[in-house]
Design a protein around this ligand. Sequence first.
Ligand code: ATP
Length: 362
Amino acid sequence: MEIRIRGLTRDYFSEGKRIRALDNVDLTIPANRIFTLLGPSGCGKTTLLRCIVGLETPDAGEIAIGDEIVWSTEKGIFVPPEKRGLGMVFQTYAIWPHMTVFENVAFPLKCRNMPMEEIRIRVARFLEFVQLDGFENRPATKLSGGQQQRVALARALVAEPKVILFDEPLSNLDAKLREETRKELRRFLAGLNITAVYVTHDRVEALALSDLIAIMRAGRIVEVGDPKQIYFRSGDRFVADFIGRANLIKGKVAALEGSHAVIETDVGAIVGLNPRGIEPGTEAMLCVRPEFIRTEATGVAGGRNLFRGKIETLLFIGEAYEGEIRIGDTLVTTTISPTVDVVEGGDIFLSFDTDHCFLLPA
Ligand code: ATP
């Protein structure tokens, strides 16, 4: 089901000050996709999610789920949470401590008076999905935090709601399990025909899991796009910087070359993609991500976008070095293969991949 949000505003008051948690948010969340709200702590992600669920009262605006308006300040409509047909997985576990794992997951189905035999089959399927088969009779309190979170996930999915909302559901799992679970979650949600709204501040999680990502900042939606659009073609400096490591180099567009443009910077003339069609003579910013900078000891290959710099700092992080390279007044962060012979203070050549660096408005 599609979710449409128009003009949504929510203020909090704390110590005599007004905090605008949501600032006139317009957003359409398409049906049957995994849609992530991503942004730094305090940007309003949870507030927006709670407004959709009905746990929060907006000050202005309208929310429709499918054909039904579930909140409208103007029309005085409020559909209570339990009538919105949603499933929710919270950051805190919110499972029932007096019940076993089986009873927790079976609860939404029992409320619907589903026959016991069918309940058993469904609960078993979802417990297997969250890797908790064999834990059916364990009291919920005798589980680790991560296991409790997986019970919450199974309980939300078992009722097969049309929309499921996740508020940082993996943040309490250890790194390995988190990676596995997000892979499984993506595969599973894709097969469920369900609209999933997912809140996280973890950019890798957002990129790996989502069909679409909305980046939020200070109560507003800054940009919406699929992971590759956001990563490679963002039109916003904050987004480009937030979604991945980024070197942002200021300059002025000198010429257009089809889908590319030449930008004059302190580093030199750099060719990059120009997805926003920024015109020559305009101040702009070039975004080049460390993973799309090739490093060479000699620079013999030549060609465009090749620059000589000095290694200012070098940090060995296992699979690579993280280097800061000075080219004139500009410091460029890059990764350098441990197989390249490099030392701090030494010279190095950097080559920017013309198809993976891009211009964005200054
Ligand atoms: P996080 O990633 O840290 O959970 P978030 O993006 O989900 O952050 P929200 O929890 O939606 O952000 O909070 C948005 C803003 O509203 C923040 O500035 C927060 O401090 C404020 N806020 C949230 N709840 C309340 C409340 N009950 N009373 C006062 N201020 C609140």
